[in-house]
Design a binder for this molecule. Structure first.
Ligand code: IMP
Length: 208
């Protein structure tokens, strides 16, 4: 693996903070797109988390190639699947009701759509796929999910996005009530990144 840095293809500062915490022990510098001096709009027009994550990672890898930069590019795509809504908002989670609509409005709308729906039909999960493109063109994806239920109100001040309505029965808490380290330990993103860390370590060992 001939690369001395990793660039993470996201412009989302909340996600970047979680990613840098989780990847801190990898021994690689992890830069955001902004830190790497890349400013690109990438159309996420895939229909699966895998497709979208790979579209983002490939676009950045292509750009780095033209700049002669040797880096591993990682990208994620994630979202909330609500079973009662046929897995919506899914890959459209960020765009649901409009990208700039506050999450307080999006969350209130989802709770309203589930009005009168009993606990056992409120099942949902956060899904995260991480895609990696290496300088030699090889590609990998990892996927993880965390199961929960849509709550009846918003609770908690931590996290971001849909965390305040995502109830975790095993913990008796909403995702936004978890401490950041705890969320990273159990979350879809935390688990998919841990799996990707194993892929990166294996790739590093193979070239020694
Ligand atoms: P992406 O940037 O296209 O992956 O969009 C992911 C979207 O899914 C975010 O903007 C949130 O709406 C939602 N999402 C993903 N992960 C989380 C999470 O950990 N907590 C809350 N919302 C999340």
């Amino acid at each position: 693996m001939k690369a001395d840095k990793i660039i993470f293809a996201t412009g989302n500062a909340d996600k970047m903070r979680e990613i840098q915490m989780i990847m801190a022990d990898l021994g690689f510098g992890i830069q955001s797109m902004k830190e790497a001096g890349i400013d690109m709009e990438i159309a996420e027009n895939g229909t699966t988390f895998e497709e979208n994550a790979m579209i983002k990672a490939s676009a950045i890898a292509q750009e780095l190639k033209t700049r002669n930069v040797q880096a591993i590019v990682l990208a994620d795509d994630s979202g909330l699947e609500i079973d009662y809504l046929d897995k919506a908002p899914g890959v459209y989670s960020a765009r649901y009701m409009g990208e700039d609509t506050p999450y307080s409005v999006k969350n209130a709308n989802l709770i309203k759509q589930l009005e009168g729906v009993p606990d056992e039909k409120r099942t949902a999960r956060f899904v995260c796929v991480i895609a990696a493109v290496f300088p030699d063109g090889s590609r990998y994806t990892t996927r993880a999910a965390i199961e929960g239920r849509i709550g009846y109100e918003e609770r908690g001040q931590n996290g971001f996005g849909y965390d305040p309505i995502f109830f975790l029965p095993e913990y008796g808490m909403y995702s936004a009530e978890l401490a950041p380290e705890e969320k990273n330990r159990i979350s879809h993103r935390g688990k998919a990144l841990e799996e990707m860390k194993r892929v990166l370590k294996r790739a590093a060992e193979e070239t020694i």
